[in-house]
Write a protein that binds this ligand. Structure first.
Ligand code: UTP
Length: 290
């Protein structure tokens, strides 16, 4: 049996240009989603999937991510001395939930390059990858659904979602054979980054959750920059397919795309509507517009 997946890598060094100007000096991953930073949803998902080691790839303007997941003695002592025990426990739990490690990506050279930056920490065994922009609400944490497929079949695993044909050009799309229809598992044959509607081999889009083989590092370091001069993870995954099986699984859950301003805004409203104490406030705020 393959060793347990205990490490999860979070690429978080992108420039976040779709969020400018706010991301000029503020990390996109730290924008609030209701009452917590976007990235904290992914970190909790990884922890709830059994990962104790959280590896975050950071860059300029991302220091607040490290501070958020670190202890804050002054704040904790202040809350305790004021008797705000519930708040103290919430703050204390953030830094205690996992071992946090950080690697700087000196230049945003692409998602593939960000993953490659994790090599010194992740090179010994299969590891998880979560793109923090994709927040997934699920009964069983999305990453754990991929881990189950890896434990059953071995190899690398990618999360898939069926998207409308009109949206295929926003995603990496796979060409795949059904392996287990009931479980939504596919054997990937090939994949293409952001195809046109006519070129797209399917409607199965790659979503920001992966279980990757450590072999990916050697492949990434031998891969040339692709679209936009960036080192593309999809290009390296295509080459990995020639060395070992790569599975796709249609995850069960609801995804909130927080990588764009529209998606982030909609996610805030939807999640607030699902939070009993905020639902009334949202309805009250908008009722006069209808
Ligand atoms: P995106 O494609 O969303 O890029 O990256 P971005 O820079 O965050 O945002 P835009 O497109 O400029 O608006 C997907 C994930 O990969 C990380 C990002 O932080 C995000 O989590 N990434 C991307 C890196 O860590 N380094 C890179 O060089 C590129």
């Amino acid at each position: 049996m393959s060793p347990k997946i205990s490490r999860c890598l979070f690429p978080a060094a992108g420039l976040g240009t779709r969020f400018l100007p706010v991301t000029k000096e503020i990390a996109k991953e730290m924008l609030p989603l209701v009452n917590r930073p976007i990235i904290s949803y992914g970190v909790e998902e990884a922890v709830n999937s059994g990962c104790n080691d959280i590896v975050i790839i950071t860059g300029r303007t991302k220091r607040s991510i490290e501070d958020y997941f670190d202890r804050s003695f002054e704040l904790e002592n202040l809350l305790k001395s004021k008797g705000s025990i519930k708040l103290y426990e919430i703050i204390h739990a953030i830094a205690s939930m996992a071992n946090f490690m950080y690697v700087r990506q000196p230049e945003p050279l692409g998602l593939g390059h960000a993953v490659l930056c994790g090599e010194p920490i992740c090179r010994d065994s299969y590891f998880g990858v979560i793109l923090p922009d994709d927040v997934i609400k699920a009964e069983s944490p999305a990453l754990s659904q991929l881990i189950r497929v890896h434990e059953k079949l071995g190899g690398s695993v990618i999360a898939l979602e069926e998207v409308p044909r009109s949206e295929v050009s926003r995603y990496g799309i796979v060409d795949a054979d059904v392996f287990d229809e009931t479980e939504g598992i596919y054997k990937i044959r090939d994949m293409v980054e952001k195809p046109s509607v006519h070129e797209s081999p399917s409607r199965l889009a790659i979503i920001g959750r992966y279980i990757l083989s450590p072999k990916i590092f050697k492949i990434l370091s031998d891969t040339e920059a692709g679209i936009g001069g960036e080192l593309q993870l999809t290009d390296a995954l295509r080459r990995l397919l020639q060395e070992e099986p790569v599975w796709g699984v249609i995850y069960k859950g609801e995804r909130f795309d927080c990588g764009t301003q529209d998606g982030w805004f909609a996610a805030n409203v939807k999640l607030a509507m699902e939070t009993p104490e905020l639902r009334r406030i949202v309805i009250e705020a908008v009722k006069n517009f209808f």
